[in-house]
Ligand binder design. Structure first.
Ligand SMILES: CC(C)(COP(=O)(O)OP(=O)(O)OC[C@H]1O[C@@H](n2cnc3c(N)ncnc32)[C@H](O)[C@@H]1OP(=O)(O)O)[C@@H](O)C(=O)NCCC(=O)NCCS
Length: 164
């Protein structure tokens, strides 16, 4: 398993991974509600993926397993992890943990003191196990509950807890 920056030719496979991860793994969040799923999946297209790559405010990483895209993650320059989805074919094999470490390393390199994110219900326990703390009251996004979380990675820098 190799964590590397995404490139344009990953777009189609990466979107398949994103869409399957949401549809098949996040059932606790969307409850197979067509309207919620439709909203959630609407921007998971190769065109939008390409725009993430072009955006210099983002770093897009993929977990590459012999050419298969096992997971996709995005962190912005402020240390917010905006996307972290594993393929159902690679669930519970340590892939998200590896990708999360890669995203955290990017955030540190960008000069942030940690990372923030808005977790799904599905991933909340995973992030807790990875050292994330709750950073505020859950709210609704795409009709599902979203949990603000943060993790301090360095002693110096702004108070990330206030940004989550
Ligand atoms: C929950 C999920 C994120 C975990 O990813 P994964 O690649 O399957 O998990 P990993 O194999 O990397 O697990 C790493 C560690 O987290 C633990 N873990 C995984 N899911 C967990 C959970 N729900 N609660 C507690 N711990 C969990 C694992 O036991 C493992 O522990 P270890 O390092 O001590 O062995 C993933 O399975 C999933 O459902 N993703 C759906 C998409 C999603 O919700 N993404 C988040 C968007 S904010």
């Amino acid at each position: 398993m190799h964590i590397r920056p995404a490139v344009l030719k990953d777009a189609s496979k990466a979107c398949d991974t994103l869409r399957r991860s949401i549809a098949e793994l996040c059932v606790a969040d969307h409850g197979n509600d067509k309207a919620i799923l439709g909203q959630w999946l609407a921007n998971k297209t190769p065109e939008v993926f390409a725009s993430w790559l072009k955006d210099t405010g983002n770093t897009v990483l993929v977990a590459d397993h012999n050419g298969l895209i096992a997971a996709v993650g995005v962190v912005n320059n402020d240390g917010e992890i905006t996307c972290n989805y594993v393929s159902p074919d690679f669930r519970f094999q340590g892939v998200s943990k590896l990708l999360l470490a890669g995203l955290e390393a990017v955030s540190l390199k960008q000069g942030n003191s940690g990372t923030t994110l808005f977790s799904t219900k599905t991933a909340h326990g995973f992030y807790r196990a990875a050292g994330y703390k709750n950073g505020g009251t859950p709210f609704f996004k795409f009709g599902t509950e979203s949990y603000p979380m943060f993790k301090r990675l360095a002693q110096n820098g702004p108070d990330i807890a206030k940004r989550s």
